[in-house]
Design a protein. Structure first.
Ligand code: SF4
Length: 314
């Protein structure tokens, strides 16, 4: 008989370790190194100097069942997304800049976050999907502790831009079931130009390795709904700015040939992209097809719900 699935954090709840992780995470807000930017500011006093513009309270832009995510997350009943405002990256082509760079949303307490999680569970969602969580990991842990004590049982999805510190990932070990990091770039100068952070590729690759060490390849239940594992998102950019060949080589050789990857076609110029050619255009069908071919040739598990781009034959 198949083993009954239990969300990872429940064991840490029973042992008292989850409570200890909350305390450790909050203490790190006082000289913040929660993400790999390591701003070293006291977020318990204010958000001044914080690269993510976020103080002691997380800011949430929306929460609800979402059906636009990958099939293993959506299943029949949707993924229970909680979208955090602000971000630890400054991507010049961000498609949600009002939320990620202007901070539209509401400040919340951990009790509010817990209520959102429990409501999403009541609505039948398959998981709790934290979108842009890297700068608010302590607040997520605090909300989770309250929610788990009140009956939360769903697996957690850490839906991150991929600029995550190993120290914070250690706090999430045994807490997060499904890591869903972006792999945006493979080249430091491209990362500097378009996200203002040259260390992105090195930090991102180290983070993905640690995520995979914690949760392994993606596993699903008999309905095809994700239970645990790594799911990588890779957005194809014009002129191969995303470095697809290097990303898929890294995943095949240094993570696992069974890595689940969504090669995403939905890039369109947003925010400041119009001033930054070649980001001022969508990738061509040929560019997208080439990225998919590279991932396929590497033997990776391709997300099956790939859109068929028809907009820009060149
Ligand atoms: S979480 Fe925010 S304040 Fe902390 S290191 Fe990252 S960007 Fe800086």
């Amino acid at each position: 008989m198949a083993e009954r699935f239990e969300a990872a954090y429940l064991q840490l709840l029973r042992s008292g370790e989850l409570k200890r992780r909350v305390a450790e995470a909050y203490s790190r807000l006082e000289a913040c190194d929660i993400c790999a930017r390591e701003c070293d500011v006291n977020r318990r006093e204010s958000a001044e100097g914080a690269g993510c513009h976020t103080g002691e309270r997380a800011v949430v832009s929306s929460a609800g069942p979402h059906f636009g995510e990958e099939d293993p997350l959506v299943g029949r009943s949707g993924s229970g997304t909680i979208f955090f405002s602000w971000c630890n990256l400054q991507c010049q082509f961000c498609q949600n800049a009002e939320i990620s760079q202007l901070g539209y949303g509401q400040e919340v307490e951990p009790e509010d976050l817990a209520r959102m999680m429990l409501e999403l569970q009541e609505q039948g969602c398959h998981n709790i999907n934290f979108v842009s969580p890297s700068h608010v990991a302590p607040q997520i842990l605090a909300g989770l502790l309250i929610a788990a004590q009140a009956g939360l049982r769903l697996p957690l999805v850490y839906n991150t831009g991929g600029y995550d510190s190993l120290k914070t990932l250690a706090l999430l070990d045994g807490v997060v079931d499904i890591y869903m990091p972006d792999m945006k770039y493979a080249d430091a100068s491209v990362a500097q130009r378009f996200s203002k952070i040259s260390s992105y590729p090195a930090v991102n690759q180290a983070a993905v390795k640690e995520m995979h060490r914690q949760v392994g390849d993606l596993t699903t239940d008999e309905r095809g709904v994700a239970q645990r594992g790594l799911l990588v998102r890779h957005l194809v950019l014009p002129d191969d700015l995303a470095g697809t060949a290097e990303i898929v080589r890294f995943l095949r050789d240094e993570i696992s040939p069974d890595t689940y990857i969504n090669v995403m076609a939905q890039y369109r110029p947003c925010h400041r992209a119009h001033e930054l050619p070649p980001l001022d255009r969508r990738p061509t069908n040929k560019e997208y097809a080439e990225a998919v071919r590279l991932a396929d040739d590497a033997g990776l598990r391709l997300d099956q719900r790939r859109p068929q781009p028809v907009w820009a034959w060149r």
